[in-house]
Write a protein that binds this ligand. Structure first.
Ligand code: FES
Length: 210
């Protein structure tokens, strides 16, 4: 199933700890009784009727409810909707870009996972589109280099294929468990043709600093 990462937390500041993925064709959310509005009908009353955008908005909430949406407020919902729209547009625009295949070796060993992303995406999108990877790579901060849960380790021979880390990433890496000379934050690594076919290792220990 296709997932789309949503960076709404950066705009709203209210959902930063929430899971920011949604699943196309995923579960619909209903209230406990037939007489209460569903979360979808609540959002429709607010003017949010596009099914794709509504699903993206609801996915920000672990257990969406009318009460929670109400507490989010009109401004919060507007910011969330805008973030979802941008993400949907960005994903649509990237459809024509070349594929980049990345192999990710689990901290538990075994055959590496084969993941296919698009040039310009980061490991955030790879994680959002792969449930197995998401189980091991939390990406708790949504990709703003503030949690270290996307820590990946390159082979020495591949490390030079990645543009250097900026100061914010280096500062976060300094606090990361199992730091190596070839460690990076996956959310800061953009997929390029040079990385096509590269294998990265997930660390044994991950510390969520978010
Ligand atoms: S997702 Fe949080 S540092 Fe990369």
């Amino acid at each position: 199933m296709k997932r789309i990462a949503v960076s709404a937390a950066r705009l709203t500041g209210r959902a930063s700890a929430m899971q920011k993925t949604w699943v196309s064709g995923g579960a619909r959310y209903f209230s406990s009784t037939d007489t209460e509005p569903t979360v979808e009908s609540f959002l429709a009353q607010k003017g949010y009727t596009d099914p794709q955008i509504v699903k993206g908005m609801l996915a920000v909430f672990p257990k969406p409810s009318v009460k929670e949406l109400t507490q989010f407020g009109d401004n919060g919902l507007a910011a969330l909707s805008a973030a979802v729209i941008r993400e949907v547009e960005k994903n649509a625009a990237s459809e024509h870009l070349p594929n980049v295949t990345i192999y990710v070796r689990s901290a538990h060993g075994g055959e590496p996972m084969k993941l296919v992303g698009k040039e310009g995406q980061t490991f955030i999108q790879l994680q959002a589109n792969n449930r197995v990877l998401a189980d091991e790579m939390e990406c708790a901060c949504g990709g703003i280099a503030a949690c270290s849960t996307c820590h990946i380790i390159f082979k020495q021979s591949d490390f030079a294929k990645v543009p250097g880390a900026d100061d914010a990433e280096v500062d976060m890496l300094d606090l990361t468990e199992d730091l190596t000379d070839t460690s990076r934050l996956g959310c800061q690594v953009y997929l390029t043709a040079a990385l096509d076919g590269v294998t990265v290792q997930l660390p044994k220990e991950v510390r969520n600093l978010h």
